[in-house]
Each structure stands twice: as C-alpha cells, then as structure tokens.
Design a protein around this ligand. Structure first.
Ligand SMILES: [Zn+2]
Length: 416
C-alpha cells in the first residue's frame, strides 16, 4: 500500500518547499518540490493531487492501493477512477487495477496564471510563440516555467545533471527576458526519490509539478512530444511513451478551474517549424539535440532540424548561431543520404514530412531521382540473376521447357 501523508511547507533561504511524506509499505520516502518564496502562496498543501498523479504509474505497475490522511480534488479522483485507470490498465500487461481511497474536496478556486515550460525545444518554443500574443486574452501566456522533474536525466550524458540544469535555466532566462514573461524556476527530488522510466512516466511527473502550484494555474499548456493527435493510443500503453495517451490523461488531471492542454498536438513537428522558423527566438535558441547542450549537428534530431530549415528557408545563415550550417552545406549529400534511408527503411516515419517538403528543392529531387534509378537497376539485376539461376538449373525443366517460375519473377518478366 502507498500512504500519502498530509503535505506541508518548509521555508529556508528564500526558498519554499512543499513536502510530501510517503509510505510505500514499510519504506518511508520524502519528496519535495521547491520554488522561490515569492511563489510560496501558490503551493498546494491542502490536498495530495500532485503526489497522487506523480505516484500513480508506480502504484499501477507495483499493484499498490493508495490512501491518505489529506484530501484530493473530487473531479480529479473521479476522472482517474472512472476514465483513466479502467482504460490504461485494460491495455497494459504490466499494470494492475488499484483502489484509491482518499477524502475529497472541491477544486482550487481563484487561480489566474497561464503557464508553459521553457526548455528551448521546438515543441516548447512553438507553444510559447503561438500563445504569448494570442488575440483571446483569456488564453494568453502569463508565465514560463522550468520544472526539474526528471527530463534532464535522460540527456547529455557527458555533463552532470547540475551543469545541464544551469545551462537550461540560463537559456530559459534569456527567452523569458525576450518575451517579457516572468520565469518560475522550480526544483524537486522527485525523480531521485522515486526513480522511474522517463519515457513511460514523463506526463505523470510533469503534472506532479503543475499540480504542486495549482493555486497559480488556470491554464497550463503542456508542450507535448512532437506527436500529433492521430497518434493517440492506449493499446499496449506500457510499451510506448505515455505521451500517446495524453489526450485522455491530461483531461483527467484537469478541473473546472485548471485546464491542462496537450498543446501543439494539432500539428506535426514539421508543421510547427513551418509556423515558427522565421521567429528570432528560434534562430537564437532552438535546441533539439539529445546528445549535447549545443546542437551536435550529427544526431538524428539535429540532422532532421538542419534538413527542415533547408527545406523551409532560402537562406541558412540565420541559423548559424544554433547549428553548424557551413558543415551542413559542405556535407549536404551525406544528410540527403541519411534522410533517404530514414524514409525508405525507418519504421516511424518521423522525418517523412521533411522528406516531402525537400522534394520541392531541385538538388534533393535530383539526388532522390538518382537513388530511385539505382533502386530500379538493383532490382533488375537481382531478378535477372534469379531468373538465370532457374533457367540454368535442371530441377525446374523437362527438356528445354521451364515448368516452374516463381510468382515474383513472373511479374518482373511481365513488367520488363
Ligand atoms: Zn544532436
């Protein structure tokens, strides 16, 4: 069983911590979430919504029921029990149905803030650019956020977690300054205290951070993982990233006073770039690399970004601050070759929109035409060789008459 004790706040050196003590059977855990003390008034210590969502995946995988001596927001508990759990448990081999027994109270009232994360990634920049100057004032961004709930762990192995965090914060400060929005930097030991696969639990830990500050947010744009809504699925959900069922889960964690949107899912990553590639924020800060703090130019994500800019922009010079454009232009054919192979053999089709867009550029079109010709020649040689093997073997013949030709080769002869 998991028991969630009533949360409390501790203040130290101008920082305020919301503290959750948790018993997992006999084991005691202490998870904290920290903000500058000026934001202390927004920390939600009268209910366990945040830690309930944070621990939910863990509880489902380990089969722990959940209880508490605090409260949970009635709508959140209702939606988790009625919609989320029955759906995802049914379609996951590794999850067990659990019971959650916590007293309820109505949703937090009076929150005014509209926030989103500020990592400098394409999804994040898109969400910021699109929502910062919205005509509809009631949806316009008011705050940017950097939450440390585990996403820094999975990247940039050559640097320490602290270095990565500092780097991301420095960049976020610059983005915040340029957009004129306040930046809230938070910290937490959640991912150290409750180690989990980021891939399977990123939504859960991100929502943990959002709900800790539930008294601030009336809207939170959760910049999703580059998947558009067509990729929604709960089938075999324990084998895929939890972002696949965000459309369902984020709604279950929302209340009548706080809406968490899966932002950007109406468009693919390439469509996002199409919308924002000329924006100064993109030219200065876009970061896509999963290997290095500066874009490395060589990992699949960096290659995809370079090729996308090449497809979209007539002039690559504006991207010199974030990518090694000269190297790319000198080695263009190697990048073309990579995209051609991704398109032909890749399973996910992640870069297909870039491929399609690039076909409008003459040099890429010529490269692909040549590849197609090579494919045809290759196919011709293969079938000719196979045909000759059969024609020259006695096994398929009576006298000079061929008795058997495989279907595939028959088709090739007809085509020829
Ligand atoms: Zn890279």
């Amino acid at each position: 069983m998991i028991f969630l004790h009533k949360p409390y706040i501790e203040k130290k050196n101008k920082k305020s911590r919301l503290i959750f003590e948790i018993d997992i059977d006999e084991e005691k855990k202490k998870v904290w979430y920290e903000v500058d003390s000026e934001y202390e008034k927004y920390l939600c210590d009268d209910r366990v919504d945040a830690i309930l969502v944070g621990m939910l995946h863990y509880a489902l995988v380990h089969g722990h029921n959940i209880q508490s001596d605090s409260y949970v927001t009635d709508e959140i508990l209702y939606k988790i029990k009625t919609f989320l759990l029955p759906s995802i448990v049914k379609y996951a081999k590794s999850m067990k149905m659990i019971d959650i027994s916590i007293k309820t109270k109505p949703a937090v009232e009076g929150a005014e803030g509209i926030g989103t994360g500020c990592s400098g990634g394409i999804d994040s920049l898109y969400t910021i650019i699109v929502n910062k100057d919205l005509e509809e004032k009631q949806f316009r961004l008011t705050h940017l956020c950097i939450n440390n709930v585990g996403s820094f762990n999975s990247c940039y192995k050559e640097k320490s977690l602290e270095e990565v965090r500092e780097f991301v914060i420095e960049k976020a400060k610059k983005i915040a300054k340029e957009t004129g929005l306040p930046l809230i930097v938070t910290d937490s030991n959640f991912h150290e205290e409750i180690p989990q696969s980021h891939y399977h639990t990123s939504t859960y830990s991100s929502v943990f951070a959002i709900l800790c500050m539930q008294k601030l947010w009336k809207i939170y744009y959760y910049g999703s993982s580059g998947l558009d809504y067509s990729k929604f699925s709960i089938i075999d959900n324990d084998e895929y990233a939890c972002s696949h069922y965000e459309l369902l889960s984020l709604d279950c964690y929302s209340t009548k006073n706080l809406k968490i949107y899966s932002d950007g899912g109406a468009v693919t990553r390439f469509e996002k770039l199409q919308r924002i590639y000329q924006e100064p924020l993109v030219k200065k800060y876009a970061h896509t690399c999963t290997v290095k703090m500066q874009n490395c130019n060589h990992c699949p994500k960096c290659k995809g970004l370079l090729l996308a800019f090449y497809a979209l922009a007539d002039n690559m010079d504006p991207y010199k601050e974030i990518l090694d454009v000269d190297y790319f232009l000198e080695h263009k054919l190697e990048y073309f070759q990579w995209l051609y192979e991704e398109h032909r053999y890749g399973k996910v089709g992640m870069y297909d929109p870039v491929y399609e867009a690039l076909l409008k550029r003459e040099d890429f079109k010529k490269f692909i035409d040549q590849k197609k010709q090579e494919e045809t020649d290759e196919e011709y040689n293969y079938f000719e060789e196979e045909y000759n093997k059969i024609a020259n073997s006695k096994a398929f013949k009576v006298g000079s008459v061929l008795l058997y030709i495989p279907q595939k080769i028959k088709k090739w002869i007809t085509k020829k």
